[in-house]
Design a protein around this ligand. Structure first.
Ligand SMILES: Cc1cc2nc3c(=O)[nH]c(=O)nc-3n(C[C@H](O)[C@H](O)[C@H](O)COP(=O)(O)O)c2cc1C
Length: 201
């Protein structure tokens, strides 16, 4: 399914095209594409070039690993994410490697890596649906995530499928128009709450 963002101002086509499907086609993602999307994550900017992210990945052909991944998702997410051919968890290292000082941008940088991964996916007709709905402590146990690292988000990756494959409430959400706050609400200048003048001119 194609679901371009109805933007108020011109932006790159890739940004318009990215969206988060819940229905996926039963089709594996070629390994070269998987390598490319994680290569895109690799080139994300990060505070002090710390690159605090790591990804645990399960492809559907690896049944045991895929089941482990599904087991850490909340039921709502597991019910639709099981149709994706690839599941992943983004993990962040919470302190700088060189001095163990807390890295207050670790989650931010990991999000940036996941978004670059998502954009590279979109450029290859692949789509990524990130999820907060999973149990980070269960992920720690199931995958042996070490102390000092924190599971941040789960990701379902694959080719968008037929919305009719979803149960009714999810089908409606899949088809619903995409909405966002106007930029005037979040782009400010001079003082909190004052919309930046270039927005309204
Ligand atoms: C960090 C993060 C957590 C999210 N958690 C969930 C989730 O647990 N379940 C879900 O169905 N969607 C989840 N989403 C998807 C958002 O609902 C979705 O990105 C948002 O509605 C905007 O839609 P779009 O990505 O199609 O533009 C999450 C997205 C992000 C970035």
């Amino acid at each position: 399914m194609h679901k371009p963002a109805p933007s108020d101002f011109p932006v790159h086509q890739l940004i318009l095209e990215r969206w988060s499907p819940r229905a996926f086609v039963d089709k594996p993602v070629p390994q070269n594409l998987l390598r490319s999307i994680f290569e895109a994550a690799r080139w994300a900017p990060s505070s002090n070039n710390e690159q605090p992210w790591a990804y645990l990945v399960a492809t559907k052909d690896d049944k045991e690993n895929f089941e482990k991944m599904l087991s850490v998702l909340v039921e709502f997410n597991a019910n639709w994410a099981k149709s994706a051919p690839v599941l992943a968890i983004a993990v962040a290292k919470l302190a700088f490697a060189k001095n163990n000082v807390p890295n207050r941008n670790a989650q931010y940088d990991t999000g940036a890596a996941s978004l670059l991964l998502s954009m590279e996916a979109t450029a290859n007709d692949l789509f990524v649906h990130q999820m907060a709905g999973f149990d980070p402590e269960k992920a720690r146990q199931v995958f042996g995530i070490p102390a000092g690292w924190e599971a941040i988000a789960a990701l379902a990756i694959g080719y968008p499928g037929d919305p009719d494959s979803l149960p009714q409430p999810l089908k409606d959400r899949e088809m619903a128009p995409r909405t966002r706050k106007p930029i005037a609400e979040f782009v400010m200048a001079g003082h909190w709450g004052h919309t930046a003048p270039f927005i309204t001119k």
